[in-house]
Design a protein around this ligand. Structure first.
Ligand code: FES
Length: 355
């Protein structure tokens, strides 16, 4: 289904650390259905900063059970959107917001008793908080373990909320804090994630094989290290769910193509029933960027192959995706592509955002 942005007012802004704000959105009754969400899904926000459109995806840190819509935005160095949110945005201001999206969740099953484990780093806690709260509330016999990495105690963005879950689900939730720039008494809880640390965690705190579902969220290096480690130790791929935070550095292969000599493709884009057609060279520029420069109004956020917002179906022709951190193998087989990562390979290309 094609998605569009809606103007939404800010109901509340709450500082959780000196550089992180939790935004609560005022979703009107008429939009509540369109904005209903699953634990672990994200919102794409859009605004104009100094005359330029800027958009970003943020995971909902609230649980759908709370009937509120909240995201936590941490100010990052050179982050235009996060600086704007933390320094400029006020209650009552409006942002353009796309309805919730994403597949980083498992359905709730109240009858099941499950062992869940999550690894999160920094802002990666946002979807994980929603996931833990929802599963433990709805599944009275399930258990959760969280391994949570931050630089310092002061930088933990949802500390109170996560500690609150520990108090509420005393016997079903185990929380382990790890700090990378501050010393804790036990050496295990100091420093970044590594294979050695995973060895220690699995020796002392976690029976890797007793876990039903894993949720991993944070920077690509950490997420892939844990994913590879547990897979190498026999955990089935289907039990591992991950979401990458931030666009992977150096992940996009730069192509040295002579634009002047590149072949041209006829591109047709269908979105909200409207067809936009244009010519572009097979030069390494993505279909999304070419379409945007031809005034097509298309959904996107990260432009890094991570968030899946630009997903569409390839109806005709062939493309090549530079990176794909978001689509499952089955989706690719069904013809879905990330348009921000796709370059045309054949003369005629038809891409449908409405499928
Ligand atoms: S815009 Fe995020 S994957 Fe394409």
């Amino acid at each position: 289904m094609a998605q569009r942005f809606y103007p939404i007012k800010l109901k509340e802004i709450r500082k959780t650390t000196k550089d992180c704000s939790v935004l609560t959105f005022d979703i009107s009754d008429s939009l509540k259905e369109a904005f209903s969400y699953k634990h672990g899904q994200h919102l794409t926000l859009k605004t104009n900063i100094n005359g330029e459109e800027v958009r970003r995806s943020y995971s909902l840190c609230s649980s759908p059970l709370d009937h509120v819509w909240q995201v936590a935005v941490k100010k990052i160095d050179d982050g235009r959107f996060s600086t704007y949110v933390n320094d400029v945005l006020k209650v009552g201001d409006e942002l353009e917001i796309m309805p919730p999206n994403g597949k980083f969740y498992k359905e709730i099953d109240k009858t099941k008793t499950k062992n869940y484990v999550a690894f999160a780093a920094g802002s990666g806690i946002t979807p994980i908080h929603s996931i833990i709260k929802t599963h433990l509330t709805e599944e009275p016999n399930s258990r959760f373990k969280l391994f949570y990495f931050n630089q310092t105690i002061q930088s933990i963005i949802l500390k109170e909320e996560v500690e609150g879950l520990k108090n509420k689900f005393l016997n079903r939730f185990e929380l382990y804090h790890f700090l990378t720039k501050e010393k804790r008494d036990a050496p295990l809880f100091n420093g970044r994630m590594s294979v050695e640390k995973m060895d220690s965690i699995s020796n002392l705190l976690l029976d890797i094989h007793s876990v039903d579902e894993y949720f991993l969220c944070g920077p690509i290096e950490m997420v892939f290290l844990i994913r590879d480690y547990i897979q190498e130790h026999g955990v089935a791929k289907e039990k591992i769910h991950f979401e990458l935070f931030g666009t992977p550095k150096g992940a996009k292969k730069k192509k040295s193509i002579d634009v002047n000599n590149a072949d041209m493709s006829d591109i047709s884009i269908i979105n909200n029933g409207v067809r936009t057609s244009f010519l572009m060279s097979q030069s390494g520029v993505s279909i999304l960027d070419a379409a945007l420069s031809n005034n097509a109004d298309l959904p996107f956020a990260c432009k890094g192959g991570v968030c899946c917002t630009c997903k569409a179906k390839l109806i005709e022709g062939e493309i090549e995706m530079e990176v794909n951190y978001a689509l499952e193998k089955e989706e690719v087989e069904q013809g879905y592509i990330l348009t921000c990562q796709s370059v045309p390979k054949t003369k005629n290309i038809v891409v449908d955002f409405d499928c």
